[in-house]
Design a protein around this ligand. Structure first.
Ligand code: ATP
Ligand code: MG
Length: 695
C-alpha cells in the first residue's frame, strides 16, 4: 500500500485518530509489534463503531492479515455491516485490492457464533463430539421441561417454577457466574426455597445435554470460557489472532470477559468500545462493570480514549436525550455535543389510543416519503415485540412494506422448526428434542414410541439402520419406512447441500398439509428457507448460524426482502442498538411501558429502562417523535391483584424536561376532548376556580 494514501484518516477527529492509530506505526514496518489494550468509552453516535471500522481498515492497510483479526459484534447483522463499512472505507481510500482484503475478515460475528466455531474445531481436545447440535431457547425450555417431568418436580408441588423460569435461573447462574443461592436471593426471591430441587434439576439437565451431544446458548460461552482458561488451549486459540476488537462492550457478561482475558491475557491487541449509558442487557446477566473495570484488568492498564463529538443527531435531539440520561442516578458523565443544529425539537405526540397511534405514525411516514425520505431512512421503535401489532395491521392495510427486527423470528414458526429439526436430527441422532419433534410428525407415533425409538438409535452404532429396524405400531408403518429412508439418505450425505433441504421439504409437505390450515403460506416459507440455505456452504454451518442468529421476520410472506427494495424498519429498542435513521418514532411513551413495570421494578431495573429510552432517542439523526397514547392499558400490581389502568406519560420525561420537546396532539381538533392528563387536570382546576369566584 501507498502509505501516503491514508487520507481515510483525515475524516477522523483527533481522539478517533488516536484510537485508530494506537500502536500502529507505518514507519516502523514491524507487523509483529502489537500494542497494549485500548478502551474507547463514549456516548451514543460519537463514532465508536466507525472508529472500530477505521482501525480494522488501518490494520489491513498496514499489512495485518485479515485472518488474524477477530471482530466481535453484538449480532450477525452488525458483523456484516462492519465488514461492509471496512470495505467501503478501504475502497474509497485505498482501492480495490484493499477492499478485497475486507472480505477476508472471516472471523467476525457474535461471541456465541465465534464460540461455536472454536468449540467445533477444538471439540476432540475438550471431550465434545464435533457433531454437537445447538439448542435455541425454545428447545432448551423443552428439554428442561422434559426433565422437570421425569423428576416429578411439578407433580410434587404445583408451585414449582415453570420451565421458562427454571431455564432463566439456570441461564443467569451460568452467565453471571454466581452461586445458585445468590441468584435466587437477589433475582428470584420467590423461588429461593427451591434451592435443592433446582440444583438437582440443573444437574440432570446438564447430564442430559451431554448425553445427547447438544449445547445450549449458555454452553457456547461457558465451554468457551473454560477452554480459554486452560492456559495451553487459551494460548493456542489466542495465538491465531493478533487483534481482537469488540463493539458494544457494555453489554457483555462475566463469561464473555473471561473469554477475552483467556484470548489475550496481557491485553495486547485487544480493543473494546462501548457506552455505559447504553447498557441494556442486565436481564441477560450483562454487567456494566466489564467496561468500567476494563482498564485495571491489565498491567500496565489499558489506554482510555473518550469521544465527545456526536456526528449523528441534531443538537436539539441530543439536548433532549442528554436531559433524559442526566436524571440517571449513576453514570460516567459525558458531554456530547453536535455541530448539527436544527430549530426543530423532538416531539411528544399525544394520541387517543393505540389505533390512533398506528394511524398517526403511518400518516407521518407517508408524509416523510412524499418529502423524499425513503422508508429505509425511517424506523419505528418499541419496548416489547408485541407492541407493534396494531401498527403492523395499519401498515399492511396501507401497503407500506416493512421489516421487523427482534420480533417473532421466521425460524420460530412451527413448520420451519419442523424442517430444521429433521436436519438437526440427521446431524446428531442423539438430539432428543429434535428427535421427538420429528417422530411425532408421523401419524400414529406418540411420545412413548418416539422415546423408545430414540433409545434404540442412541444405543446403536448405525443410527440409520437402527431407525429402519425399529418397529412402530402398525398404523405408523408406512410413514415410518419413508422417514427411515429419508433419514438414512441424510446421514449418508446422499445429497449435496442444499439439496438435502429440498429432499426434506418434499418429504414434509404432506405432513404440513395435514397439520396446518394455512399450508400455502407455510410452503412459501419453506421455499424461502431453501433460498437462504443456498448461501451456506454446509448443513452444519447452516444449522449453527441459523440457530444462533435467525433472519428477521418480514411483512413479505416470501421472507427476507430484496436488498434494493424500500421498506420501513420496525424494531424493539434492544434490537435497534448501534443503528441510526433520519426519522425515528418511539411508540408508547407511557409509564408501565417505558419503564415496563409500573410499580414493581427495582431501582436498578428502572434505571435500565431509562437507559433504554436513551438508546431509543439517540437512534435519530434529524427527527424524533415519541408517541403517547392516552388510553393505553398498563397493568398495575396491587395488594388485591392486577389492575388495568390508563398509563400516563413516561416518568423519564417529567415536566421539568418538557421545554426540550415540542408537544402536540393528533388528530388536531381543538376544543373537544382533553388531550393529556395534565390538561385534564387543568380543566378541572379551572372549573373549581370559576365556582369559587361566584360562590
Ligand atoms: P452508538 O453508541 O449508537 O453505537 P457510535 O458511537 O458507534 O454510536 P457510529 O455509529 O460509529 O457511533 O457513528 C455515528 C454516525 O456518525 C455515523 O453515521 C458515522 O458515519 C458518523 N461519524 C462518525 N465519526 C465521524 C467523523 N469523524 N466525521 C463525520 N461523521 C462521523
Ligand atoms: Mg456503535
Amino acid at each position: 500500500f501507498d502509505a501516503a494514501a491514508h487520507d481515510y484518516l483525515a475524516r477522523l477527529n483527533a481522539q478517533q485518530r488516536t484510537a485508530v492509530e494506537h500502536g500502529v506505526d507505518p514507519a516502523a514496518k514491524n507487523p509483529f509489534h502489537i500494542a497494549g489494550p485500548l478502551l474507547v468509552i463514549a456516548g451514543a453516535g460519537s463514532g465508536k463503531t466507525d472508529t472500530l471500522a477505521h482501525r480494522v481498515t488501518h490494520l489491513l492497510a498496514n499489512g495485518v492479515d485479515p485472518r488474524r483479526i477477530l471482530l466481535l459484534t453484538f449480532s450477525r447483522r452488525a458483523a456484516t455491516e462492519m465488514r461492509r463499512r471496512v470495505e467501503r472505507i478501504a475502497w474509497r481510500a485505498l482501492g480495490a485490492d484493499a477492499a478485497a482484503l475486507a472480505s477476508g475478515l472471516n472471523w467476525s460475528g457474535t461471541f456465541h457464533g465465534i464460540g461455536a466455531r472454536l468449540l467445533r474445531e477444538c471439540a476432540v481436545q475438550i471431550g465434545l463430539s464435533p457433531t454437537f447440535t445447538i439448542h435455541d431457547r425454545e428447545d432448551s425450555a423443552d428439554l428442561m421441561n422434559l426433565i422437570r417431568h421425569e423428576r416429578g418436580c411439578s407433580t410434587k408441588d404445583q408451585r414449582f417454577p415453570l420451565k421458562g423460569t427454571c431455564l432463566s435461573i439456570y441461564s443467569r447462574v451460568v452467565n453471571a457466574q454466581l452461586p445458585l443461592q445468590t441468584v435466587l436471593d437477589t433475582v428470584y426471591p420467590w423461588c429461593a426455597n427451591w434451592h435443592d430441587e433446582l440444583r438437582a434439576l440443573f444437574a440432570a439437565y446438564v447430564e442430559a445435554k451431554q448425553k445427547q451431544d447438544v449445547l445450549d446458548y449458555d454452553d457456547l460461552l461457558l465451554y468457551c470460557s473454560h477452554m480459554m482458561a486452560v492456559p495451553a488451549l487459551g494460548a493456542q486459540v489466542g495465538e491465531r489472532f493478533d487483534h481482537v476488537l469488540v463493539d458494544e462492550y457494555q453489554d457483555t457478561n462475566a463469561l464473555q470477559a473471561t473469554i477475552l482475558r483467556g484470548l489475550k491475557p496481557d491485553g495486547r491487541g485487544l480493543m473494546v468500545v462501548g457506552d455505559d449509558a447504553q447498557s441494556i442487557y442486565s436481564f441477560r446477566a450483562a454487567t456494566v462493570r466489564n467496561i468500567l473495570d476494563f482498564p485495571s484488568h491489565f498491567d500496565p492498564p489499558a489506554r482510555i480514549v473518550t469521544l465527545e463529538q456526536n456526528y449523528r443527531s441534531t443538537q436539539a435531539i441530543l439536548d433532549a436525550s442528554n436531559a433524559v440520561i442526566s436524571l440517571a442516578t449513576e453514570r460516567y458523565t459525558k458531554n456530547l455535543w453536535s455541530e448539527r443544529s436544527s430549530a426543530q425539537r423532538p416531539s411528544l405526540i399525544h394520541v387517543k389510543d393505540e389505533a390512533d397511534q398506528a394511524r398517526y405514525v403511518c400518516a407521518r411516514i407517508l408524509e416523510h416519503r412524499e418529502a423524499g425520505l425513503p422508508l429505509k431512512s425511517q424506523a419505528v421503535l418499541f419496548r416489547a415485540s408485541d407492541h407493534s401489532g396494531p401498527l403492523e395491521v395499519e401498515l399492511t392495510v396501507r401497503n407500506i412494506p416493512f421489516v421487523k427486527f427482534g420480533g417473532l423470528k421466521f425460524l420460530d414458526t412451527a413448520h420451519v422448526k419442523d424442517v430444521l429439526a429433521v436436519l438437526r436430527f440427521a446431524e446428531n441422532p442423539r438430539d432428543r428434542v429434535a428427535g421427538f419433534r420429528v417422530m411425532q410428525l408421523l401419524p400414529g407415533v406418540g411420545p412413548v414410541t418416539a422415546g423408545r425409538a430414540l433409545d434404540a438409535v442412541a444405543a446403536s452404532e448405525d443410527a440409520g439402520a437402527a431407525l429402519r429396524a425399529f418397529a412402530p405400531g402398525a398404523r405408523a408403518f408406512e410413514d415410518w419406512a419413508a422417514f427411515a429412508e429419508l433419514f438414512a439418505d441424510l446421514r449418508a450425505g446422499a445429497h449435496r447441500w442444499p439439496a438435502d433441504l429440498d429432499r426434506v421439504r418434499v418429504w414434509y409437505e404432506p405432513h404440513l398439509l395435514q397439520k396446518f390450515d394455512d399450508a400455502p403460506m407455510r410452503i412459501a416459507d419453506l421455499v424461502q428457507l431453501t433460498h437462504i440455505a443456498s448461501s451456506y456452504p454446509s448443513r452444519e454451518q447452516f444449522l449453527t448460524e441459523l440457530t444462533l442468529d435467525p433472519p428477521d421476520a418480514t411483512s413479505d410472506e416470501s421472507g427476507v426482502p430484496l436488498r434494493d427494495e424500500d421498506y420501513l424498519i420496525l424494531s424493539t429498542i434492544h434490537s435497534a442498538k448501534g443503528q441510526e435513521w433520519n426519522a425515528v418514532f418511539v411508540l408508547n411513551g407511557v409509564d408501565g411501558c417505558i419503564p415496563s413495570d409500573l410499580a414493581t421494578g427495582s431501582p436498578d431495573e428502572i434505571e435500565e429502562e431509562r437507559r433504554l429510552l436513551y438508546v431509543a432517542m439517540t437512534r435519530a439523526k434529524d427527527e424524533l417523535e415519541i408517541v403517547v397514547p392516552q388510553r393505553f392499558y398498563v397493568t398495575q400490581q396491587t395488594a388485591h391483584g392486577d389492575r388495568h389502568v390508563y398509563g400516563s406519560r413516561t416518568r423519564f420525561i417529567p415536566n421539568s424536561l418538557l421545554p426540550r420537546f415540542a408537544s402536540a396532539s393528533w388528530p388536531r381538533d381543538p376544543g373537544t376532548t382533553p388531550t393529556s392528563p395534565e390538561q385534564a387536570r387543568v380543566h378541572i382546576d379551572l372549573a373549581a376556580q370559576m365556582r369559587k369566584m361566584w360562590g
